[in-house]
Design a binder for this molecule. Structure first.
Ligand code: NAP
Length: 484
């Protein structure tokens, strides 16, 4: 299969927080990979900005080290890295001070796309927006890219939206949810809306339930103090899992257009029912003799923050009434695996009687590892011995289906940065969407705070707290196994 690379216009991309963890792990290596992919035009410039005093050469060394660490050796041959580094410059700037901004203004060119990536702590987003405006650096067409978390509740998200809106229009604001940049997530839309096969079955009459799992094996060690102020509900459910739920549940937009897609997602969020105490289980991983537990990692012995949460979510609309969406996410679980499973209903009547081996059809959409989709179907077990049924997967691993190009599936960040340069907001969250997601999340959190609910302990390497199993058992269902 021949890859089709869509060219982008020349641009000036300013990365605030260019010396930070995200820039080193994702943004700079991602830009380099796009350079190798032929998408960074010769005139493009990447301007790093942070407080550290450094010259261009120092920043290029930092970027080179990041590329060496995070990009496969096979993509670093010849003078490619050196040629990419020629695109990089650096300006020392304090988001809270006024020094350096004039230099940045001089560095920016007219007539090219301007983008400003705010890869700094959210507390600085307002300062950056205000100074870009005050120093007349950003043009009316300039784009800003805002990292997560976008607020910690409805009130703070509204305040942040208002601050950004006083300097930039909604069309200029790109709120990142990197899950939306994943190949599989976009494929979910292609599979749903470019095939006739699934739509007739995609509703409460045929879908028994949906499971969305984002399981991690790592704990919160290293960033425990930060995580402890957030927890799984704020860190994963309000944003990433909500976006996945929307893409599964939404109606077909009239066009694959940013506002048409986001209008449909917003309707889903508005249709979410409140979650009662009986429909939520929170957990914290416990210590083992070899490893600290959550409260030690969080350096807060009295912490009631959850490192795991499972919820049953109901959507009150014609398509989904009666089909629950079960969401779970956690740290230190048995495997690193993210998947969405659409579990279909039983056949209305089995002509095979109690034939052995019958299982419901499941469409599993895997986000990591090994992005791909599998549809399980029942067939006759081959060979003699009567009618026994067996389940076979119709498999669509993207890496295999795309042949050699499969290995080149761009990382979510690279794809999203290129979308910013192209001016395509489809895979970014709109302000009203983020606020609606918080409006649903806030009462869930307020509910457990009012009840004085404490998270249940679970063993590291397990599937989470026992009570989470009950969330499905009591409905006559069970979670899918968490495995890589
Ligand atoms: P980080 O490692 O702490 O880096 C922060 C960056 O901001 C550094 O380059 C720092 O450099 C710069 N900075 C700090 N104060 C500044 C100021 N007053 N003016 C200008 N620059 C300043 O943080 P990070 O992990 O890269 O995260 C950046 C953003 O991405 C955050 O919003 C975070 O929530 C989000 N995010 C990160 C990840 C991740 O995997 N790391 C994932 C999702 C979202 P100086 O100290 O030299 O100024």
């Amino acid at each position: 299969m021949v890859s089709r690379v869509i060219p982008v216009e020349s641009f000036d991309l300013v990365v605030f927080g260019a010396t930070g963890d995200l820039a080193k792990r994702k943004i700079l290596p991602g830009l380099y990979r796009r350079y190798v992919g032929g998408q960074i035009p010769e005139g493009a410039r990447i301007i790093g900005a942070a407080r550290a005093e450094m010259d261009d050469a120092g920043f290029r060394l930092l970027a080179e080290a990041a590329i060496t660490e995070f990009v496969d050796a096979g993509k670093r041959q010849g003078d490619l890295v050196a040629r990419f580094l020629d695109h990089l410059t650096y300006v020392a700037i304090d988001a809270k001070g006024d020094a350096g901004w004039d230099r940045l203004k001089v560095a920016m060119r007219d007539g090219v796309v301007q983008a400003f990536y705010f890869s700094v702590a959210p507390a600085l987003f307002g300062d950056l927006a205000e100074r870009l405006h005050r120093f007349a650096i950003a043009t009316p067409e300039a784009r800003i890219v805002v990292e997560k978390p976008f607020g910690r509740d409805l009130e703070t998200a509204r305040a942040l939206n208002a601050t950004l809106a006083s300097h930039f229009t909604e069309k200029q604001i790109y709120r990142i949810d990197h899950y939306l940049g994943k190949e599989t997530v976009q494929n979910l839309m292609a599979v749903r809306f470019a095939n006739i096969l699934f739509e007739p079955l995609w509703n409460a009459r045929h879908v028994d339930h949906v499971q969305i799992t984002v399981a991690e094996t790592v704990g919160v060690g290293g960033r425990g103090a930060y995580y402890d102020k957030s927890g799984a509900m704020r860190d994963m459910v309000q944003n990433h899992m909500m976006q996945l739920l929307c893409l599964i549940a939404m109606e077909a937009p009239y066009r694959f257009d940013p506002d048409a897609v986001r209008d449909e997602k917003l309707k889903v969020i508005h249709a979410l029912e409140p979650v009662g105490a009986e429909d939520i289980v929170r957990g914290q991983y416990r210590a083992t003799k070899d490893a600290p537990g959550y409260v030690q990692d969080a350096e807060n012995p009295a912490s009631t923050t959850e490192s795991y949460v499972a919820l049953k979510v109901n959507i009150a609309n014609w398509r989904w009434k009666g089909t629950p969406f079960y969401l779970r996410t956690g740290k230190k679980l048995r495997a690193r695996a993210s998947e969405i499973a659409i579990v279909f209903k039983e056949v209305p009547h089995s002509i095979f009687g109690d034939a052995e081996g019958w299982r419901e059809n499941v469409m599993a959409i895997r986000l990591q590892p090994n992005e791909g989709m599998t549809l399980s179907v029942m067939i006759k077990e081959p060979g003699p011995g009567g009618m026994r049924l067996t389940e076979v997967p119709l498999d669509m691993s993207f890496a295999e289906a795309l042949g050699e190009d499969g290995a080149d599936i761009p990382d979510a960040y690279e794809r999203l940065i290129m979308d910013v340069i192209r001016g395509n907001q489809t895979l970014f969250m709109r302000g009203d969407e983020v606020e609606a997601a918080w409006a649903w999340t806030d009462p869930v959190i307020a509910g457990w705070e009012a009840r004085g609910d404490r998270p249940k302990a679970y063993d590291p390497g397990s599937s989470g707290p026992e009570d989470a199993l009950m969330l499905l058992h009591r409905d006559g269902r069970r979670w899918r196994e968490i495995r890589e």
